[in-house]
Write a protein that binds this ligand. Sequence first.
Ligand code: SF4
Length: 753
Amino acid sequence: MAFDIEMIKAVYANYPSRVAAARKAVGRPLTLTEKILYAHLTQGEANSPFERGVSYVEFNPDRVAMQDATAQMALLQFMQAGREIVAVPSTVHCDHLIQAETGAEADLKKANDKNKEVYDFLSSVSNKYGIGFWKPGAGIIHQVVLENYSFPGGMMIGTDSHTPNAGGLGMIAIGVGGADACDVMAGLPWELKFPKLIGVKLTGKLSGWTAAKDVILKVAGILTVKGGTGAVVEYFGDGARSLSATGKGTICNMGAEIGATTSIFGYDSKSEIYLRGTERGDIADMANTIKDHLTGDEEVYANPDKYFDQVIHIDLTTLEPHINGPFTPDLAWPLSKFAAAVREHGWPAKLEVGLIGSCTNSSYEDISRAASLAQQAVDKKLVAKSEFTITPGSEQVRFTVQRDGFLDIFENMGGVVLANACGPCIGQWARHGAEKQEKNSIITSFNRNFAKRADGNPNTHSFVASPEVVTAMAIAGDLTFNPMTDSLLNEEGQSVRLEEPSGLEMPTKGFAVEDAGYQAPATDGSRVSVLVDPKSERLQLLEPFKEWEGIDLKGLKLLIKAKGKCTTDHISMAGPWLRFRGHLDNISNNMLIGAQNAFNLETNKVKNQLTGEYGEVPAVQRQYKQHGLGSIVVGDENYGEGSSREHAAMEPRFLGVRAILVKSFARIHETNLKKQGMLALTFANPSEYDLIQEDDKIDILDLADFKPGKPLTVVFNHADGTKNEIKVNHTYNEGQIGWFVAGSALNLIKEEF
Ligand code: SF4
């Protein structure tokens, strides 16, 4: 369907020469990851070797994908950029806001009513600016992208952490914040720290109960939730080539759980089968002409230890099915050891619900293999002991598996088919009784199982496994059941066994769909109006931030001196606030409410310098704003670590904070602050943090001479009339100083356009 063949042609036209130039510059054979990264460097970047884990490098991604929750602020910002159309092919996917309650039809209808204003906005803004729009019910972003847009050797950014799913089809696909998406759609390059490389060599072949999911469950156990941080995980070997493209997608998708920047497989015959099966034979034809470049060099895979920073070897032939959890996806248990672990730890053995599907595991292959077990249950007169739900990943998959009878099989087993959406995977699950917070167990084929994620109950023990194992467990209703060795009693009291699951990689009759749920953008968007109700609580058009007034900033109030960890979650909390992520004014009421005040060690309680009283951080700041007074936030080490959400930079800017002065920044947040026209400053001497007093008024001087590498001067004017003058550092380059002067990066882009 809506893939962009001209764009892919252009990428492939330059790809071989760029790879050859990179190989020459680096002076050695290249991994696949390096090839794709080098092929997407901006023109300004020399083809020189970059230091892994150190160099920051600029790229030109080929595509942008956005889910509905994060797309709102990304597109509100994009509207500020003054562009008539997006610079690269982009899509929006309505998947996160649909709550699972009774079943697909009713749940979708309810979501369409409840989220109407958000969907109307996303649909109209997409229509105007040349963005493909996938309606509610069309499917989950990563499955839809895999079926329609991913292509070998491409580079994509997406405003969702499981964007790496597209690595299953040989694409470097990375999750980012909305501000990055906005920049790339506006035609700016995108910056990434050149990643470290972890190689995973797969040998042998999967069989029986073992599925692709078990590869990543095993890898998560080895690397833990932090082991992939700053790294790309590249899979290779004959075992890799034996996996279906969608199985590879599952592995790459869940690579987010080990903190990996992304994960990737090379192009092979399975990729070709999938491309042709999803009506993209022309991409397969083109990929075949450069296929040697769409995988790592032979020498690399022959001697991986020489070229990767870390190498892991997994033999698929001997790999056991795994179950990971509870509460963390890296607690990996081989199936044969799981029952003992359940007993030993006292986890509830009774299984309440089994949930299959999600973007992670909703391929035709997954559903067909799970259905083979459900059919056995029906045939052998086994009644499923647990509740069982199925969330197809896309309308195309749903329609096809319905046509081929699999959904009927699940329903015969007592399963409930949910909407093609995230649902329970993102906590959009009206699970009855969850509010009682009872200790209980569920098992899913999703990717994340942190406490409260699925149903909000901190006592729900959530385990992750392949769809096959989830289905078998739901039939048994007992977590100590091992389908490979144990029998079950059927309705007639007979002891029966489940045979190994079987399935099909691709539908023999091909995929089919009546209405995939896609809305193509208008060919001329100039007359399309973007729909935002001015009275909306959830959406608000942005106003450009004011340009710098051209003078030093004097008499800034100290808003808060934050102590210790201050992540983007402390600065802009999630949970119920997510509802307001398209409304900057309303969401700003969560600004810094999680940060600890260094003077009283309390959260959300700071001194209002105008009244001398203590108040909530956003309320105090709103009063300063009302009086036209600027303020400053002081922070500790690694300020702004965590998710890349741009709200953490936009909210202080919106409420009138002028500078953030800290011991050190998390890089992404520092860049986000710069983009919003804020001053992001660091103490030259971290101990000077201690000089700041609660009633200080602060001056930032030398701004007329704001230059790269040149420190600025900051004066703390204390209440007793004394003062301290210090030098502070910054990392602004010329362009970024331009952002500060213009009031924001978007203001500058607009001026230049
Ligand atoms: S299904 Fe789950 S993991 Fe996938 S995009 Fe939705 S919330 Fe994220």
